[in-house]
Design a protein around this ligand. Structure first.
Ligand code: DHB
Ligand code: FE
Length: 277
């Protein structure tokens, strides 16, 4: 059976891609952000996951407002990025782990999640930038399975539902007939709001409480409705649903090996956690 070795959660701001493209990692603005990934790089070098399941939200590249699945699972042989209009270079494409894709799809449908399976799928900055943060040389040593959760067009799935989705994914990984080392990643958040009267909104108290909760009380945030989460974390801060799904996949108890919280990165309070079951 496959071995679920750990989880990484991180923010995914397009400006990170510009900083990488311009080699600004050691500039004063960026250094605290990029340096925080060093312990993650060491963990990846030691643990050597072979497969990575990535919970992220598409922002309009693969799904647009005309067709918006609540949950979508990639089952493609390969995933590519594309120009989203941020002016970022397109990275090398990502090899899919199709056997695990279908294992997840079967298990999620069995668990009564009505998912969309995608045998062709483009991945946007929410997928590609965290990959480049984990592997700065952009030579991907893992095969991937993208799991996309709608946080773009209301109505959004509830925090409780996203946690349960993650639990189902975690079980399916552990039941996969493979000896692969599998890690999970969740990208997005933490608090930020890009539009409206509260543009620029950040809630440090909430973010820190949320990060604490992922270790000692992982279902804490599932008590909040989507609208309460928007109120607390901002319209785009609801991307923290990806962190909840990731934590759900890890199982009942987890220990935190590393965490970082730094703001602002663009309009976003950026968070990073490395967890092991
Ligand atoms: C920003 C944050 C995001 O999560 C995103 O998808 C796009 C932009 C930002 O803070 O600029
Ligand atoms: Fe985003």
């Amino acid at each position: 059976m496959a071995n679920l070795v750990g989880a990484i959660t991180t923010s995914h701001v397009p400006a990170i891609g510009r900083a990488i493209a311009r080699n600004l990692q050691q500039e004063p603005y960026w250094r605290p952000f990029f340096d925080a990934f060093a312990p993650v790089h060491r963990w990846l070098a030691e643990t050597r996951p072979e497969v990575l399941v990535v919970f992220y939200n598409d922002h309009g590249l693969n799904f647009f407002l005309d067709k918006m699945p609540t949950f979508a699972v990639g089952a493609a042989p390969v995933y590519s990025g594309a120009d989203e209009g941020w002016g970022l270079p397109v990275m090398a494409s990502f090899e899919g782990e199709q056997a695990l894709s279908w294992q997840l799809i079967d298990a999620l449908v069995q668990d009564e999640f009505d998912i969309t399976s995608c045998q062709e799928m483009q991945v946007d900055h929410a997928f590609t930038l965290p990959m480049a943060l984990l592997w700065p040389d952009q030579a991907w040593p893992v095969k991937v399975v993208p799991v996309c959760i709608n946080t773009v067009q209301f109505p959004l799935p509830s925090a409780r539902r996203c946690y349960a989705l993650g639990e189902s994914v975690g079980r399916a990984i552990r039941n996969w007939d493979s000896d692969a080392r599998v890690a999970v990643m969740g990208t997005g958040g933490l608090s930020h709001q890009l539009d409206g009267q509260r543009a620029g909104f950040i809630n440090k108290d909430f973010d820190l409480r949320f990060m604490d909760s992922l270790v000692d009380d992982p279902k804490w945030a599932t008590r909040f409705s989507t609208h309460e989460l928007v109120e607390k974390a901002g319209t785009q801060g609801v991307e923290l649903l990806m962190w909840l799904a990731t934590r759900g996949a890890l199982g009942s108890s987890a220990r935190c090996l590393h965490r970082n919280y730094h703001l602002p990165i663009s309009n976003t309070a950026s968070g990073l956690m490395l967890l092991e079951p």
